[in-house]
Design a protein around this ligand. Sequence first.
Ligand SMILES: *[C@@H]1O[C@H](CO)[C@@H](O)[C@H](O)[C@H]1NC(C)=O
Ligand SMILES: *[C@@H]1O[C@H](CO)[C@@H](O)[C@H](O)[C@H]1NC(C)=O
Length: 258
Amino acid sequence: MKIFDFVYLISDTKSRRNVGSLIVMASLFFGFYLLGTAFFANDLKIPQRSKMELKDASNCKNRCQPPGSQALPEGILAKTSDLDMRPLWGWFDDGTHLKPSVSLLAIPAGIKQKDLVNKIVTKFLENDFAVMVFHYDGVVDQWDDLQWANRVIHVSAVNQTKWWFAKRFLHPDIVAEYDYVFLWDEDLDIENFDPGRYISIVKEEELDISQPALDPRKSEIHHQITVRRGNSRVHRNYLKLRGSGRCYDNSTGPPCSG
Ligand SMILES: *[C@@H]1O[C@H](CO)[C@@H](O)[C@H](O)[C@H]1NC(C)=O
Ligand SMILES: *[C@@H]1O[C@H](CO)[C@@H](O)[C@H](O)[C@H]1NC(C)=O
């Protein structure tokens, strides 16, 4: 058991930038694809369109598009979405819909860690997070008795790592809506953790990626940089001036900083 392990927070600005580049990439590929098909069509000697048709086409310039590819009416398309659940009917703001979540917790969960996961999810829901639970042991129905079971997104795939889930289910267009994404391990004791306070610190420090430091007395430590230091609110590196694997002030990579 450890008191905190890897926590990754992805800043709003950064993820939005990534979404931007994805969209640019997608449109480049799409443009290329159209170009490719045009050449291909010529090679196959598909009958040319009549002069009349060509004249019509040049008249309407960019406004005319092949059937089925017209733009949808304004307001239907959106570049991003979120994980908030919607009612099947009625209005969203009928009082049952809570205020939209600003951050997201994604956490792997095995039924053996039910108690700890329950505490973590409960605390994050109280702080208005959206929550996604990755079930890696195939057990989903034994969580039903918890009062939040129907308020979170459950994803189940047996024997997969949290990175497997994250890569496939934390799509950039979905997480772009959130200020911060917490991708946590399930064996974290959060008794002394306050998500709102944590976010206020990473905002002030302008951290794109961070994790809460571990309590060295109670945690299994794998990387010294993750250990809490009593004398500072935030640290960005780790010093080791003797022995093997030294870390200096000027070290730039893992395990010294990063
Ligand atoms: C998942 O992993 C466990 C432990 O290695 C193994 O016993 C089990 O058969 C695996 N299940 C599947 C569906 O692969
Ligand atoms: C980093 O600092 C150490 C100790 O002060 C020094 O020996 C080393 O040359 C420095 N490395 C660089 C790249 O400046």
